[in-house]
Design a protein around this ligand. Structure first.
Ligand code: ZN
Length: 428
């Protein structure tokens, strides 16, 4: 019997979102597609922008998307509430001359992208997805169906494998995608065909390998949701859902904005990453349209917030000693507030208080995350955004297991609750 609880519906919609987003380019496009069908207008960064008051807009820059809704009574000093997240996920990216192979197998030459759990990519059906720059100047998105696989060596040929699998990052990571001779085949032709173009037209490509399996709910009481790319499409999706709802509200004290950056897994330093100018570029144009001068812009920034949302670690029952001995967030017990003394997260006392108030108005309970001192803490776009713009920033997210696995594990209720807090954040 289909369950129609809001949290299960949210998870099912997230599964659709992830399936439509096998690469960061697809994710940015899916953000824009969903928002356009909800009444947002897509703007071209190279064109002139219309008056912003009362408008809802979205831009896509490479694998990043930024979207916002300007209240009809917005002024030059109306604060902005930015939900920050990222579109990219760890995995593999096609190398130049990507068609390779040996012993009658066709293989793909790939680089490691970010920090994937390499073993989790074994024995899964994988897609190839990304963008193609064509000879006629067009850029098209392309995504195959299940095409590739990284087959694990049988235990009979590697008797010590259960003592610890070590995959060589070069020789151990080249997936198979067919039978034949690499000299007479072209994996780019598969990608081109999926976009309805001829491989001979390709002048450049950015293509990643992505898990082909759809996200699924499972476990007692349907508590769990497993999917590829939850880091960080779960936050991007929550932001899209919340922004569509917030945009329906005509008068708001703040400008709600979703900033879905690319390249977080590499450190965010790119023209579409959080360390680049993209968010500042958009904010300056939005405020210029509202008549803001330098003084007004600084006043608006000083009253603004960035909610940086990314996944964090739930306590793992088999490895409890890896977590802080006291602060142990549980999957299913609500979104997390991320804290780190060394500013790996931007959260401070004021951020914690603001987060508590947004959670309270959403009716959502939250938990804290802090690392074990002996385990290095991860980081995300929060400290980068705070450093770049000086906007007060708080780092939050959802607790998951299997972070950077090809298929990560989240709690169904946490995913929905994150979207509800994002909605309260956008309300001001
Ligand atoms: Zn992340």
């Amino acid at each position: 019997m289909p369950d129609t609880s809001p949290a299960l519906s949210h998870a099912s919609d997230l599964a659709d979102f992830v399936a439509a987003s096998p690469s960061s380019y697809h994710a940015a496009e899916e953000v824009a597609r969903r928002l356009e069908s909800a009444g947002f207008t897509r703007l071209d960064e190279a064109g002139a922008w219309p008056a912003q008051t009362g408008g809802r807009y979205v831009i896509v820059r490479d694998g990043a998307a930024i979207a916002w809704a300007v209240p009809s009574d917005a002024t030059a000093t109306t604060p902005v509430h930015v939900l920050g997240a990222h579109t990219d996920s760890p995995g593999f990216k096609l190398k130049p001359k990507p068609t390779t192979g040996a012993k009658g197998w066709l293989q793909a030459a790939v680089e490691v992208y970010g920090g994937p759990l390499l073993n989790s990519w074994l024995d899964r059906e994988l897609r190839l997805a990304g963008r193609l720059a064509l000879a006629d100047g067009r850029v098209v998105l392309a995504a195959t169906g299940p095409l590739l696989r990284l087959p694990q060596l049988a235990i009979h040929l590697d008797r010590g494998v259960n003592d610890g699998l070590a995959l060589d990052k070069q020789t151990g990571t080249q997936p198979v995608w067919g039978l034949g001779e690499p000299e007479s085949e072209d994996i780019l032709a598969e990608l081109a065909a999926s976009a309805g173009v001829d491989a001979a037209e390709i002048r450049g490509f950015d293509a990643v390998v992505a898990d082909a399996a759809r996200g699924a709910v499972f476990g007692k009481d349907d508590a769990f949701f497993a999917s590829g790319r939850l880091d960080d499409l779960a936050s991007v999706h929550a932001g899209v859902v919340a922004l569509i709802e917030a945009a329906g509200q005509t008068n708001s004290a703040v400008i709600p904005m979703l900033a879905a950056f690319d390249h977080e897994e590499l450190g965010s330093e790119s023209r579409s990453g959080a360390a680049g100018p993209i968010l500042e570029d958009v904010l300056e144009r939005v405020y210029a349209s509202l008549g803001a001068g330098a003084e007004d812009l600084r006043r608006a920034y000083a009253a603004s917030w960035c909610l940086s949302s990314d996944v964090g670690h739930s306590v793992h029952p088999n490895f409890q000693q890896r977590h802080d001995p006291v602060v142990q967030p549980m999957l299913g017990s609500g979104p997390i507030l991320k804290i780190n003394a060394n500013q790996r997260y931007a959260t401070d006392a004021l951020g914690a208080a603001a987060w508590a108030s947004w959670c309270e108005s959403a009716g959502v309970s939250s938990q804290e995350f802090v690392s074990n001192n002996a385990v290095p803490c991860g980081s995300t776009i929060g400290p980068i955004t705070a450093t770049r713009l000086g906007i007060r920033t708080v780092d939050v997210g959802i607790p998951i297991l299997s972070m950077h696995s090809a298929r990560e594990l989240a709690g169904v209720s946490d995913l929905y609750d994150l979207s509800r807090v994002a909605r309260a954040f956008f309300a001001g």
